[in-house]
Each structure stands twice: as structure tokens, then as C-alpha cells.
Design a binder for this molecule. Structure first.
Ligand SMILES: Cc1cc2nc3c(=O)[nH]c(=O)nc-3n(C[C@H](O)[C@H](O)[C@H](O)COP(=O)(O)OP(=O)(O)OC[C@H]3O[C@@H](n4cnc5c(N)ncnc54)[C@H](O)[C@@H]3O)c2cc1C
Length: 322
């Protein structure tokens, strides 16, 4: 555990406020640095024998019903933006900068490349970890590197794009080991009208097709090109399915929404129902895009293992699923 004299440490937070699904138990100890330097200071002071969980905006993450033990580093208050070299389109964004701000900052400088980020909730750290994408574009196309705290070596490293090893909704960032502190982005000059048009198109699409109730975005990764999970689920009539307070959105069959009373267990049960149905009817395996953090109940640990086709856990459960 880090010394609680760290000025940006908070104990006993309600996890539901830190995850866009609005589910999950208490966060025992949260560190919410506002500056790069204080994040490094806090990370160096952490007792490495207790688990570390990293959260950005929590827009792709389910927090377990029993909450999060150990230390949770929440990067969403790290908001610095720096122009590294305007002539070559290079900017640095701290981990907590919202993706919409990346898009508008690039736009303000006449740069193209980040239009797809305008409507994606979440932060730079989460987008690098997840290789977030939309409209046929993804984070790897504009990220040159990331400044990362490596909990194993207890050092700050700069990882270039190759070391980040981006693939579809994945990177080499292991949230139990790496904390993204900042990202280096490179943009190209663009046409102001075309940039504005693309952004508006994206916002209009999301308004029409994404639910307003609390949710965590796409539940499953698309199993194969041309076969989006949402369409497969729609064909199966999934838009009427529910488990407790979790139900599938009428607007998008790959989104689960919280009707106000959902628990993490409800969401995981519904996810397993979706996976089972897809795999029973189509020649595809599907795996969660959503991440799951914290101390799972026995049932949650079992459901999460099933969602990844992993062997069922013994009663000696890991502290940290994900
Ligand atoms: C309505 C809605 C629409 C969405 N649309 C899209 C979309 O179009 N495309 C898309 O790709 N996603 C989409 N998402 C999912 C989500 O917005 C993205 O995955 C986003 O990148 C998550 O960022 P975050 O900061 O909220 O990450 P979190 O949910 O906080 O974290 C996600 C993962 O990254 C890790 N992480 C977060 N910050 C750091 C850090 N600083 N260092 C190390 N690891 C970190 C976490 O441990 C976790 O494993 C959508 C979500 C919602 C709710």
C-alpha cells in the first residue's frame, strides 16, 4: 500500500462512480494524481506485494461486485497537453486526457487523424491499452509511443509503437504491470471542412445507434472481418434478452445497458448467454472486449473464466481477474 499521506489518495470510494456501467463494489484505496510527477512519485511508493489496478475513464471496464482491494491508480485527472513539434504534427497527451479532447486539439491545429476519437468515451491511457478504434481507424495509426511506468522494474520507460505491439483492441500494455502516463501522437495536416464533417458524422451515428443508459460500449470483439458481433446477436433476437438489471440495448445488440439495478454478476451472466448463443449458431468464437477488474465473487470468477474458455477457477481465486 502507498503511504496515505500522498495528497491525492482517497479511501473507500464507491466503485460504481468509476465505471461507465455503474456497477461494482468499493475501491479500498484510490490514487488520483493530477500531474505526471505525482503519479510517478505515488507509483514508486506503492507496496508491490498488494495488487495494483489501473483505471482511466472506466468506459470499457466492469468492476467486480466485491470491489477492488489493494491500490487503484485512476489516471483520468492527468490532463496535460503539450505541443512537442507543431511542424511535424507531434503532440503529447497525459494519460487522463479525454479522447474527445485529443480529437478537438488536433482539429484546432488543423491536423487530421484523430477524428474517430471524437465520440469514444474514455482516456488516452485506456485508448492506448485497448487500441481503441472506430470508423475503420484505430489508436495505433496516430500513436508514436507511450511513457509508461513499469511496476516490475519500477522505472519509467518510453515504449515506441513497435514495443506497444498493437493489434485489434489490444496492445502490449499489461494493466497489472504497466501504467501509461502519457502518449506521443503524430497527426497529418488536414482539410478543416473534411475534419469537421467526419467528426459530425461520427457524433450523429453514435447519437442514433448508441444507448444513453449506463453501458460499457461493445461487449465482445468482432469475431471475424465482415461479421460484427452486434449483427450476429441481432440475428439471434438478442435485443430482448436480460439478466436481472442488465439488458441488451434495443439500439445495439452488442451493448449491455444497466437499467439502474444491475450488478456486475448480472452483466457477466448476460455476456455468457450472448457468447453461448453466438457460438451455438455460428462458426465463430467470441471473446470480451470489456475488461473485468477487482475481487470477483466465486460466480463472477467462474463466469469470467467461461467467457475466455479458460478452465474454471478453483476456490483459491486470483485477487485480480482480467
Ligand atoms: C458508449 C460507449 C461507446 C464506445 N465506443 C467505442 C468505440 O467506438 N471504439 C472503441 O474502441 N471503444 C469504445 N468504447 C469503449 C471505451 O470507450 C474504450 O475502450 C476506451 O479506450 C476506454 O478508455 P478508458 O480510459 O475508459 O479505459 P478503462 O475502461 O478505464 O480501461 C480499459 C483498460 O485499459 C487499462 N487502462 C486504462 N488506463 C490505463 C493507463 N493509464 N495505463 C495502463 N492501463 C490503463 C485498464 O486497466 C483496462 O484494462 C465505448 C464505450 C462506451 C461506454
Amino acid at each position: 500500500m502507498v503511504s496515505t499521506s500522498f495528497s491525492e489518495a482517497v479511501t473507500g470510494l464507491d466503485g460504481r462512480k468509476f465505471c461507465s456501467y455503474r456497477v461494482g463494489g468499493p475501491i479500498d484505496l484510490a490514487l488520483m494524481p493530477t500531474q505526471y510527477e505525482s503519479a510517478v512519485e505515488a507509483l514508486k511508493a506503492i507496496d508491490t506485494t498488494t495488487p495494483l489496478t489501473v483505471l482511466g475513464g472506466g468506459c470499457n471496464t466492469l468492476i467486480a461486485s466485491r470491489g477492488i482491494r489493494g491500490t487503484t491508480l485512476i489516471t483520468k485527472r492527468m490532463l496535460a497537453v503539450e505541443v512537442v513539434d507543431l511542424a511535424s504534427g507531434r503532440l503529447r497527451f497525459d494519460a487522463g486526457v479525454p479522447l474527445a479532447r485529443v480529437a478537438t486539439t488536433a482539429q484546432d491545429h488543423g491536423f487530421s487523424g484523430a477524428e474517430f476519437m471524437i465520440g469514444i468515451p474514455g482516456t488516452v491511457g485506456g485508448a492506448i491499452a485497448m487500441n481503441a478504434g472506430a470508423m475503420g481507424q484505430s489508436t495505433d495509426e496516430i500513436v508514436e509511443g507511450a511513457v509508461v511506468y513499469d511496476c516490475a522494474s519500477r522505472q519509467v520507460l518510453t515504449l515506441d509503437a513497435e514495443a506497444l505491439a498493437f493489434s485489434y483492441r489490444h496492445s502490449s500494455i499489461d494493466p497489472q504491470r504497466h501504467v501509461v502516463l502519457a502518449g506521443y501522437f503524430r497527426f497529418k495536416p488536414g482539410d478543416a471542412q473534411a475534419i469537421a464533417h467526419l467528426m459530425q458524422q461520427s457524433l450523429d451515428f453514435r447519437k442514433a445507434h448508441h444507448p444513453k443508459e449506463p453501458n460499457g460500449g461493445s461487449v465482445f470483439k468482432n469475431p471475424a472481418p465482415g461479421h460484427p458481433a452486434g449483427r450476429l446477436l441481432d440475428e439471434l433476437g438478442a435485443k430482448t434478452w436480460r439478466e436481472g438489471g442488465a439488458r441488451i440495448s434495443e439500439l445495439h445488440a452488442n451493448f449491455i445497458v444497466n437499467d439502474g439495478s444491475a450488478t456486475s454478476t448480472d452483466v457477466l451472466r448476460l455476456m455468457l448467454k450472448m457468447k453461448t448463443a453466438i457460438e451455438a449458431h455460428y462458426p465463430f468464437k467470441v471473446y470480451p472486449e470489456n475488461r473485468f477488474v477487482g475481487q470477483p465473487s466465486d460466480e463472477e470468477a467462474r463466469l469470467w473464466a467461461q467467457l475466455h474458455d479458460r478452465p474454471l477457477p478453483s476456490s483459491d481465486l486470483e485477487d485480480h481477474a482480467g
